[in-house]
Ligand binder design. Structure first.
Ligand code: TRP
Length: 364
């Protein structure tokens, strides 16, 4: 069986360092591993509209931002199909048919949906499209016969719901859809990065993100004002590294060669942490080190982004071509789905013959 990846992001903002360590970096590695037959990366604008129906401009503006971020981290349109969800209308049609296989109660029990309803303060005014987006996500995945969905822990309930729909479909209509597996971030390659304010994660609404498109000055300012240990007031004070965002970032980004290059007086991160814990090491020194390290990751991404920014027409062309490729694949699956569900009336000669015989015989 072919190995096929599908994954994506909602275009509600530019992508940040949290996305990079949590998913983008891994995607590029998977892309370049050569182990997958096909890779589809989707900008989920239709899903973004399920809770932004009153703000289509936000979604519209961010499609190009997300596409630029994708290209600048190394997603390569010659290896991965980059496309826009709404430009593949077959996905909507699949969603409609799958929705007969899921109960409202089951959707309301989905932990991700529950948490998001809380977060958005929908109360009892939940848009129907929002409640049912796990069904649409099942369409996204199955349309491409994806075997592998690289995604975060928060997407587990989505994948479980998808597997249920796939199994129910195949049971009723015969083996048609492929059951996907989630590929969770592995700890060495993907990390959950806290916000610059030390809160659990980077989030646009909290304003605690370092964006992949931030310039060097913005990165400096953000790192210099990062949350550390509030009790580490004077340089001599002993400091805590647990819950100290600067050290969490160093855990994610620093490598032995960075110490050789920028801080040769420390052998490695443990030595730096020990000094911080003992006291006598100031935040500014550690932050300056972090800035240099982050720049090693961010500078090439930024440079690549600037190149693509000079060719916006080309980026839209990539999305258009990708959407055409994606649509052709989804159309094939939709045909199979409709045939399995017996809604292929005009393509089924046997059906027409059967009905014709029935009435001919009736008249005899
Ligand atoms: N739900 C994902 C997010 O919040 C985006 C998404 C839409 C997705 N369809 C998908 C992810 C299918 C994986 C597979 O960003």
């Amino acid at each position: 069986m072919s190995k096929i990846i599908l994954t994506g992001d909602r275009p509600t903002g530019r992508l940040h360092l949290g996305h990079y360590v949590g998913s983008l970096k891994r995607r590029v590695e998977l892309q370049n591993s050569g182990e997958y037959d096909k890779i589809f990366i989707m900008i989920a604008d239709a899903q973004a509209l399920t809770d932004n129906a009153d703000n289509p401009e936000k979604v519209r503006q961010n499609i190009i931002e997300v596409a630029l971020d994708y290209l600048s981290v190394g997603l390569d349109p010659t290896k991965s199909t980059l496309f826009i969800q709404s430009m593949v209308p077959e996905l909507t049609e699949l969603t409609f048919y799958y929705s007969n296989l899921v109960t409202l109660a089951r959707l309301e029990r989905n932990p991700t949906i529950k948490a998001e309803i809380q977060l958005r303060g929908f109360g009892s005014s939940i848009p129907a499209g929002f409640l049912t987006y796990p069904i649409s996500q099942t369409a996204d995945i199955t349309a491409f016969k994806a075997t592998t969905v690289p995604a975060g822990e928060d997407q587990m309930p989505m994948l479980e719901q998808c597997q249920e729909i796939v199994n129910r479909f195949n049971n009723i209509y015969g083996e048609t859809l492929v059951e996907p597996k989630i590929m969770l971030p592995s700890n060495q390659t993907c990390l959950r990065l806290p916000g610059t304010d030390g809160k659990a994660k980077m989030s646009k609404s909290l304003g605690n993100c370092i964006y992949l498109s931030d310039d060097e000055k913005e990165v400096k300012t953000k790192v210099m004002s990062m949350y550390t240990d509030p009790d580490h007031i004077r340089v001599e004070d002993p400091g805590k590294v647990e819950g100290n965002a600067v050290f969490t970032y160093l855990d994610a980004f620093s490598r032995p060669e960075h110490f050789e290059k920028y801080l040769p007086e420390y052998e490695n991160l443990d030595a730096l942490k020990d000094h911080y814990k003992r006291g006598g090491l100031g935040d500014v020194k550690v932050k300056k080190f972090l800035i240099k390290i982050l720049e090693e990751t961010l500078a090439p991404i930024r440079e690549e982004r600037h190149k693509w920014e000079q060719n916006i027409e080309g980026v839209y062309e990539i999305l258009k071509k990708g959407s055409e490729v994606a649509e052709a694949v989804a159309a094939q699956t939709l045909n199979e789905v409709k045939a399995a569900m017996k809604i292929n009336y005009f393509d089924d000669d046997a059906l027409i013959r059967e009905h014709s015989e029935k009435y001919k015989n009736a008249q005899k």
